[in-house]
Design a protein around this ligand. Structure first.
Ligand SMILES: [Zn+2]
Length: 106
């Protein structure tokens, strides 16, 4: 069984390889890292909010484009949305009378 450090390293490697295939540059990563550096609360909300918004955009775009009865992307998006929704609905901030402001404008 891999250690947690090994799991993290495998995840970093997988994300790095996928990001390279999509043309993510070190410069854009550094710009985002500098934007959130030293602001842990802001960073968490900003990153989670943006990742959630991107997940929904990808899922909605794919749903519009896909009419396959069996699709690995649909299966993966369903799993990702399930995980995200389970996480969001256990977050005490989501139980406020008014939802937290979506941190897209950061
Ligand atoms: Zn699909």
């Amino acid at each position: 069984m891999p250690t947690s450090a090994e799991v993290i390293q495998m995840a970093v490697t997988a994300v790095t390889e996928s990001a390279a295939r999509y043309g993510v540059t070190d410069t854009t990563v550094a710009e985002l890292r500098n934007r959130i550096h030293g602001k842990p609360g802001y960073a968490e909300g900003y990153l989670n909010g943006n990742l959630t918004a991107l997940l929904v955009r990808i899922a909605d775009d794919h749903h519009t484009d896909c009419d396959e009865p069996i699709c690995r992307t649909c299966d993966n998006l369903r799993d990702a949305l399930t995980i995200r929704l389970a996480d969001m609905t256990t977050d005490p901030r989501m139980r406020r009378p008014r939802p937290a402001r979506w941190p897209l404008q950061g």
